[in-house]
Design a protein around this ligand. Sequence first.
Ligand code: PRP
Length: 186
Amino acid sequence: MSFYLPDTVNCNGEEFRVLLSEEVLRKRIAELGKQIDEDYKDKKPILIGVLNGAFIFLADLMRCISIPCEVDFYKLSSYGDEKVSSGNVEQRKDIDANIEGRHIILVEDIVDTGLSINYIMNIVEKKNPKSVKVVSLLCKPESIKYHVKVDYIGFEIPPKFVLGYGLDYAQEGRNLAQLYVLKEND
Ligand code: PRP
């Protein structure tokens, strides 16, 4: 439990207000874990986190999953230090696991335009996994530009810039325990 949960924060000179509290996040992530437990009974999936943003969500989600499972990571970057996606995505780190014939769960913090998850899905499918599903803590349905199927969604949110719980603004704010939204956009 975190003991520092401010309602508003300043990050890189911009004001943010809380959008999803620590308690709301915790409850929903527990539900997602339970759902994955049921859907992957006897399957031992590999959870593949998309770094950097997904590291906190993945760590909490994995501890809400009680079936045997493994973990690996891709590292991508599309936003740079800006508040909107650059439209370009680069792979900075490949996975180490052999995923052929395995059940894969791609873990994202947020699906915004869908560019990142669409890009990874194309790479993963070429490696012949037995199945691939996507879990994202957040999804912005109004921002989607690329074809993606997100199988497990924590929360649908409006197309506003969000911060905290792994998500950054120019690399800062990932350590905030709650999810915040930019005040300027309210
Ligand atoms: C963010 C986020 C997702 C992606 C979502 O990553 O973590 O991976 O953008 O946006 P999209 O659906 O428009 O592709 P970012 O590129 O900012 O890197 P980071 O995870 O290191 O913050």
